[in-house]
Design a protein around this ligand. Structure first.
Ligand code: ATP
Ligand code: ZN
Length: 296
């Protein structure tokens, strides 16, 4: 009864979601929505697009502008990097980590430079597009350095004599390497997050809860694998003890007498450890299958 009342209450309401128009977060944002059963494939070249099967309207914006739009309520929610959220210091709530757009904000100096710790940056000039986060970091460490704000191509600053060091986003490190720089300190780990406005109606909060439920199911599925294996009955107890499963593993008899098929779910983090132990315990014919959605 409660459920159906809640659904009726949300009818007619539509969430406004801001995502990056183009760039590193765009494709993964669209993909996540799709995995959540939200299809906006017919409008990605416009300023905004409407989903056909979920009450959401998607706005395509520059990532730097998303926190401001969400604070102002122009958008109710947004997908944006944590680096941008912390740099802009807008009044928004971080509701969920989205598992893509992973990178780190790091300090780097020229390859040949003497660097013995952050203190080496005292009195030096550091180029960055993240003056707020860098400023906070230096203050916390008690380092007095000059921050030189530039909006792009930060990695070339030391090479052209603009700065002694840089503070920039890194993922593989190849851009630093190609510019003759070495990463010395990572000051923030970042990934895309879902941010929301601080003052939303009950109806919109309900829609966000539905969206978050879907996102969490997709994320869980990605972090888990479905595993099937054959086990001699004499070893079943030992093998079952190694498997967590969602409740407990499913055990089915095989056509061959004395053998069973065991099905379970394994988390990515413990996956290889457990597989090795299962093999050692006598498991055979181990199959590992991706999971599309995981509702717990
Ligand atoms: P826009 O035109 O929307 O302002 P942009 O050029 O500022 O785009 P992108 O380079 O597309 O931004 O990066 C968007 C986000 O992707 C970053 O803010 C960060 O959260 C994430 N990201 C992940 N890996 C990296 C990386 N190696 N370098 C830069 N950003 C990365
Ligand atoms: Zn940007």
């Amino acid at each position: 009864m409660k459920d159906s009342t809640q659904k009726t209450a949300a009818v007619g309401y539509k969430l406004k979601l801001a995502i990056q128009k183009s760039g590193r977060l765009h494709d993964d944002s669209i993909r996540l929505l799709k995995e959540c059963g939200i299809d906006i494939s017919n409008g990605v070249n416009k300023l905004k697009a409407e989903a056909s099967n979920f009450p959401v309207e998607v706005y395509f914006l520059r990532d730097d502008d998303i926190p401001q739009y969400v604070e102002d309520g122009v958008a109710d929610i947004g997908f944006v990097g944590e680096n941008v959220v912390y740099e802009k210091k807008k009044k928004v709530t971080v509701a969920e980590k989205l598992g893509f757009g992973k990178c780190r904000l790091s300090l780097a100096v020229r390859k040949g430079d003497d660097y013995t710790g952050v203190q080496s940056l005292s009195g030096r000039k550091i180029a960055t597009s993240y003056p707020v986060i860098l400023g906070d970091f230096l203050k916390e460490k008690g380092i007095d350095a000059e921050i030189h704000e530039i909006s792009g191509s930060v990695e070339i600053a030391p090479g052209i004599g603009l700065a002694d060091a840089i503070c920039d986003l890194v993922s593989s490190g190849s851009t630093l390497f190609m510019n003759g720089l070495k990463e010395t300190e990572s000051i923030l780990q970042s990934q895309a997050v879902l941010i929301k406005n601080k003052d939303l109606s009950e109806e919109k909060e309900q829609l966000i809860a539905r969206l978050l439920f879907r996102i969490q199911s997709v994320k869980k599925a990605k972090n888990n694998k479905y595993i099937l294996l054959n086990a001699p009955n004499a070893k079943l107890k030992e093998i079952i003890a190694l498997l967590p499963g969602m409740k407990s593993p499913t055990v089915l008899p095989l056509a061959e007498e004395g053998w069973s098929s065991v099905h379970s779910v394994l988390n990515e983090n413990e996956f290889w450890d457990i597989i090795e132990q299962l093999k050692a315990a006598g498991a055979q014919g181990i199959l590992v299958v991706p999971i599309e959605k995981m509702i717990v």
